[in-house]
Design a protein around this ligand. Structure first.
Ligand code: SF4
Ligand code: SF4
Length: 259
């Protein structure tokens, strides 16, 4: 069995089915999937660089061999909806809430399917997701995705994948030995490639994101304001203005110009 293909297909097919059986309003593009060696030295670097509370895969699953990381891109209409005005669009807020629900169910499904193949996996404990005081996570999905070869960081501090940066990242730690995905040398952000773009900075109404800095706490306060507006939808502490309507919103713009 080609285990990489098997897992990719499980994820792709589950999301396709979910669109039909879940009554959700969000539409997603086909996800992309990467695999990281659970002992990759970059996991140790995360502890040093982000916070010593950041977990190693083996701290969460004793026999961890591979971390599966996936990116679920939002449909272009959702991205377009969030290009106007200062407040996050309702479609963007709904997509965030509904994708979080989808990922919980997807991971439960994956764990069940992998168990049938004698592969163990672990649910990431909720308390590792986001520390509202430190504004960091002890299991940073975007850094995990970077290690798993899903993309590179952009000037806006988000991960740019082959399908852009607008979507949600999830992961699962498993005991399966799977060939890791190679990380590419090339940048995915036009600014880091040839300084030809700073559009994400121009899109931040609040000057929170600049060439030299990113004021994480101020950004989170904007997200909390949106969360208040959309509290009837669930937890939607989002903004995303610096992710939408950009060359990197739904594609890898460097690949586009270097093909
Ligand atoms: S908008 Fe331009 S500068 Fe900003 S992350 Fe995307 S490609 Fe990079
Ligand atoms: S999420 Fe919103 S507030 Fe935060 S940096 Fe991006 S545009 Fe600015």
């Amino acid at each position: 069995m080609n285990i990489q293909l098997y897992i990719k297909n499980l994820i792709i097919n589950y999301i396709e089915d979910y669109k039909n059986f879940s009554n959700c309003r969000t539409d997603w593009e086909e996800p992309i999937v990467g695999f990281a060696d659970a002992t990759d030295p970059l996991f140790f670097k995360l502890k040093e660089k982000i916070d010593k509370s950041h977990k190693l895969p083996t701290e969460l699953l004793n026999k961890a061999k591979t971390v599966i990381s996936y990116f679920i891109p939002f449909n272009k209409k959702i991205i377009l909806s969030n290009t106007k005005g200062k407040i996050a669009s309702k479609e963007w807020a709904i997509a965030y809430v509904e994708t979080n629900k989808l990922m919980l169910k997807l991971n439960t499904f994956l764990r069940r399917e992998l168990k049938k193949e004698a592969i163990d996996s672990v649910k990431i404990p909720d308390e590792l997701n986001f520390d509202e005081k430190k504004l960091i996570s002890s299991w940073s999905q975007k850094h995990i995705a970077y290690i798993a070869g899903l993309g590179k960081f952009g000037l806006h501090k988000m991960l740019i994948t082959e399908k852009g940066c607008c979507g949600r990242l999830g992961s699962l730690i498993t005991s399966a030995q799977i060939e890791p995905t190679k990380r590419l040398e090339q940048e995915y952000c036009l600014y880091f490639h040839n300084k030809s773009c700073t559009k994400c900075i121009e899109n931040c109404f609040y000057d929170i994101l600049t060439l030299k800095s990113f004021e994480r706490h101020k950004c989170y306060n904007i997200c909390l304001e949106n969360s208040q507006i959309y509290s009837h939808l669930g937890i939607a502490d989002v903004c995303g203005k610096c992710a939408c309507g950009l060359p990197c919103s739904h594609t890898n713009p460097v690949k586009k110009i270097t093909k």
